[in-house]
Design a protein around this ligand. Structure first.
Ligand code: GLA
Length: 680
């Protein structure tokens, strides 16, 4: 009886347990929607990751059908999700959002599980009906939802994952993650109180042009400046360190610069080359676009110039204060401050009401020891729809010189309309036209040739920045139209995708860089940027170190694109490292190329004038690189060398590069920037 009772109880217990397990199973097969996860960990080509909205914050819509739930993003987009085997399947519909119809977007959606491709949509375009994605995730630990560009660049690739959800085994704690560290660490040592002359070692000027050159120097003030061996016609202001005047005769002049304060003194040799070529080192300064875009004004420009001085950046060689688009009147803006007569009766351009008088503005900037730049387009309209130079090139070049400008960015924009005789003034429809080969090449060169010659004939030196996004292999002919630098790519933005793609695209133009002729991978995206919608750069700290290191290795023009009044300690650390800047400003003017690749580690080498080499160990991958490196022959480095860490400004090793190894640890998306100095 006792035994029978026990048996009955055990059976009941068994039944109870069985039922509760079934109950648990039922409860456990839970659905987790993608929009319930933290989408802010996504990286994407433009804009911000959006929950239940498009990247432009509209209702998710694919081929006319609207969706309530989903993830609106922009290619190239990557969202990493830690599954740890907790999910059994993922389903979604994907497509290009209708908000970009007519813009020619193309993208491919891919699902990666533990680095293996589980599903791909194939290339999708506007108006394609949503494609259904359904993948089994049994056993998958890490998932990546990826959207690649569809082969025509990622312009306007606004893409949606809609009705996207996971079935899970009961665990609902799926987490997105971003493998790149957010730790902001400072590497640049503070400038010493003793003088250090940071100015470039060479400066070019044309005979008879007004000369202005600041001996950029860090150290306590007051400081006394001297310059021995100045050619006839030049003098130095001993208090400010600004050299002014005019040189009548072409020639090379070796000048001995001196700077002295209560703590000590410094000397440096400057080579002044008076001849045909200017911009003998890449221009360094600031440009209004990445920060203010269409909201620029004379007041903002003055404040940027003041901040250049107040922040001390001026003492590290930062020189140009460049006004981008929107100083001109607009063709049809609703903003009254941009409306007015475009030109006077003689065809001379009239600045908009935010600028009014350009000459006093240029004087203001010059009086601070800085230089000033301006912007126009060879077409009738600039990219922003303001008055361009087409038909008035002569008057414009004269105005720039008369006002005292030192730099012109000349931006293709609506010039395609001129070629095609189009009435339609939408610049984006034509800005990506490519002109490769024969007769068409002349068409591509023509407007820059016209302005280049006009600038050359002005009575002052005006750096000519050619901007046509790298069409027609501009690096091969930019110098022949008097260009001092030329954009090699489309517009940059403050995303890893943008910086990475631009960086990887520089190899073909690299051999063409030389003093006076620079490849321009576009402006810097550190600090508070945002094209009128200011926010801290979305690049992670290591990505910012990599960005500045690469642009230095590339001998790129360095144009800060941020709000100069909001410079934080981290950004200042990026922009005030004189040993890093020295790599950019090296007088030999070579551009680094990637000479050795190990997985995601790309090793860039730049030859320097003194026979040493700058080497960037650049980690484009998402894992830390930790290794012993010994293939120096591949980098063209031989013999006994001192290895100097430029960001930390410290010698780290003396080594025999044929036999010794160098231990390197490069953070994900980060860099080590070293100089290999051969022992004599
Ligand atoms: C283009 C250029 C940008 C900026 C804008 C201004 O997009 O590439 O750098 O000058 O035009 O409208």
């Amino acid at each position: 009886m006792k035994v029978a009772l026990k048996m009955k109880m055990l059976t009941l217990l068994g039944l109870f347990l069985a039922c509760s397990t079934i109950g648990m199973n039922r409860a456990s097969a839970q659905t987790v929607w993608l929009d319930q996860l933290d989408l802010s960990n996504a990286t994407q080509g433009s804009g911000m990751p959006m929950k239940n909205k498009t990247v432009d914050r509209r209702v998710l819509t694919i081929a006319g059908k609207t969706y309530e739930r989903g993830f609106g993003t922009h290619s190239v987009s990557s969202l990493l999700i830690l599954l740890e085997g907790k999910a059994t399947s993922f389903t979604a519909q994907v497509g290009i959002d209708d908000e970009v119809i007519g813009r020619n977007p193309a993208a491919e959606f891919v699902v990666m599980g533990d680095n293996k491709k589980l599903w791909s949509s194939g290339v999708m375009r506007s108006n394609d009906t949503a494609r259904t994605c359904s993948v089994s995730l049994v056993g998958v630990k890490k998932l990546e939802l990826l959207v690649n560009d569809g082969g025509n660049g990622n312009y306007y690739d606004h893409v949606d994952w809609v009705n996207a959800k996971f079935e899970t085994t009961g665990e609902t704690s799926l987490k997105t993650y971003n493998p790149i560290s957010s730790d902001k660490y400072i590497l640049t040592p503070p400038a010493a109180a003793t003088p250090r002359i940071n100015t470039a070692k060479v400066f070019g000027v044309r005979p008879g042009s007004p000369f202005q050159f600041l001996v950029a120097t860090t150290g306590d003030r007051p400081m006394k400046f001297t310059a021995k061996g100045l050619p006839k016609g030049l003098k130095i202001d001993s208090k400010t360190g600004v050299i002014t005047g005019k040189i009548a005769k072409a020639g090379t002049y070796i000048v001995s610069l001196g700077a002295k304060n209560a703590k000590g003194k410094a000397e440096k040799t400057l080579r002044i080359v008076c001849g045909d070529q200017i911009a003998l080192t890449p221009p360094m300064g600031w440009n209004s676009w990445n920060c203010f875009a269409n909201e620029v004004s004379a007041d903002k420009v003055k404040r940027a110039a003041d901040a250049m001085v107040k922040s001390g950046l001026i003492n590290h060689g930062w020189t140009y204060i460049n006004i981008d688009d929107f100083w001109e009147n607009h063709r049809d803006s609703k903003d009254e401050t941009l409306r007015g007569k475009l030109r006077d009766e003689a065809g001379y351009i009239i600045p908009n009401s935010r600028f009014v008088d350009m000459k006093p503005l240029a004087d203001y900037v010059h009086n601070l020891g800085l230089k000033i730049g301006l912007y126009s387009s060879p077409g009738p309209w600039t990219c922003g729809g303001c008055a361009g130079s087409y038909g008035y090139e002569k008057q414009d070049a004269e105005s720039y010189a008369k006002w005292g400008f030192d730099y012109l960015k000349y931006d293709w924009c609506s010039y395609g309309n001129v070629i095609n005789g189009l009435k339609d003034n939408d610049p984006y429809k034509v800005s990506s036209l490519s002109y490769n080969g024969g007769g068409e090449l002349n068409t591509a060169m023509k407007p820059f040739k016209v302005m280049g010659e006009l600038l050359r004939s002005q009575p002052r030196d005006i750096v000519f920045s050619v901007c046509q996004y790298g069409m027609s292999d501009v690096w091969k002919w930019g110098g022949s139209v008097n260009g001092n630098c030329w954009r090699t790519t489309n517009d940059i933005n403050d995303t890893w995708v943008s910086v990475k793609n631009i960086a990887l695209d520089q190899e073909k133009s690299a051999p063409y860089a030389k003093p006076g002729n620079w490849n321009d991978p576009d402006m810097l995206v550190v600090g508070t940027v945002g094209w009128g919608n200011p926010h801290p750069s979305r690049l992670k700290p290591d990505e910012q170190y990599l960005h500045i290191s690469l642009w230095s290795l590339f001998s790129a023009p360095l144009l800060i694109g941020c709000d100069m009044e909001k410079l934080d300690e981290f950004t200042l650390n990026l922009l005030t490292n004189d040993e890093v800047i020295e790599i950019n400003q090296d007088p030999l003017g070579k551009e680094a190329t990637c000479v050795h690749t190990i997985g995601d580690l790309r090793i860039y080498v730049k030859e320097l004038e003194d026979g040493s080499k700058a080497v960037g160990f650049c980690n484009f991958g998402i894992e830390l690189v930790n290794m012993s490196y010994n293939e120096f022959a591949k980098l063209g480095i031989t013999g006994q060398n001192t290895v100097r860490d430029l960001w930390r400004q410290k010698d780290i090793k003396s080594m025999d590069t044929a036999n010794d190894q160098l231990d390197i640890e490069v953070p994900a998306h980060g860099v080590l920037l070293y100089k290999f100095i051969p022992k004599k």
